[in-house]
Design a protein around this ligand. Sequence first.
Ligand SMILES: O=C(O)CCC(=O)C(=O)O
Ligand SMILES: [Fe+2]
Length: 350
Amino acid sequence: MQPQEPPVIDFGRMWPKMPCRPQEIQMRERTSLNNFETHAKNSVSSNSSITTFRAASSSLSSIKARTSSTFPLRPKKNTQKVLNTPTYATLITSKINQGLDIGDFNRGYEHLRAQNFEKRTKGDLKEGFYLGKHLSKNHPLVLAKRFGQGPNNYPVELEDPQAFQHDILRALAWSLDLEDDFFSSFYEEPVATLRLLHYPPQDPATIDTERGIGAHTDFGAVKILLQDQIGGLQVWNSSSTEWVDVTPLPSAYVVNLGNLMMRWTNDRYLSNLHRVINNSGKERFGVPFFFSGNPDYVVQCLPGCLGSGAKYPPITVHQWRTGRLADTFGSGQEKAMGDLRGDVVAEARS
Ligand SMILES: O=C(O)CCC(=O)C(=O)O
Ligand SMILES: [Fe+2]
């Protein structure tokens, strides 16, 4: 690991001792790095990581087989009638135009090059599969068409990774001088999406244009990512103003703060820019788990972070998530950086 890389925090050592708040958490200090991307070792064993990756790769191949035979690639024609916001309508329309199978609930198969963050090529060189907590079509949040709430399109059994997200949010609450359970009202029925991503190897001659996933910041509150040993993930270090590799560590997740944490903390904790370039000559798998909270939860500046005033107006999780997704799956030529910090936009555009 290089010194500029995100630091490692041992949650396994720290957590049983809570609430004694051990020093190794170092959250306050790390904010001076202008980012909050870190490796966190959890109780995850390398065996369970291997199982997850096997599950990811076999799920992807079986899903691909099934999408081409059993499942229709286009949602039903009347999809737009049930949409409740113009942004969501735009998002679904663009998915329909691209022949995506993700459907109304943000679940299912995402085609190669469906998403396009930097708009350098015709799309990011990855394909994926989305799943989340299975809610029936009659659940009130599903009937209310709230973002990311609904049934899974395909049966997939994976361990529920939410407990670790709760631990991270408790640690963040502590670091912000809030009650440890401050964020618990945020995740009663959270939008929590597990994404199985497959990055084919890219042609080494395309390093300047091709991206596995283009430079972006994550949309939710916190993301944990299990990456395989191939490498290719890079984060932007705003202090040394360079892209740094995030060396894969066995038994460690990569933890990244998303846009909602940045809005809550009024930029005290920034949502960090990152990208994947898979120059390894091999396939790469990444399994991010995004945690965005209750769709109707209003994210607004925390009282302790007001400073000379809130930089971002209050927004619901549903409003923010639908807007950002429309931005990145949309067919417009502008890079998908709408409503983000100036320095992030400048770097991603360069
Ligand atoms: O696959 C990775 O390493 C990163 C994925 C990612 O950044 C994302 O899905 O937002
Ligand atoms: Fe990301």
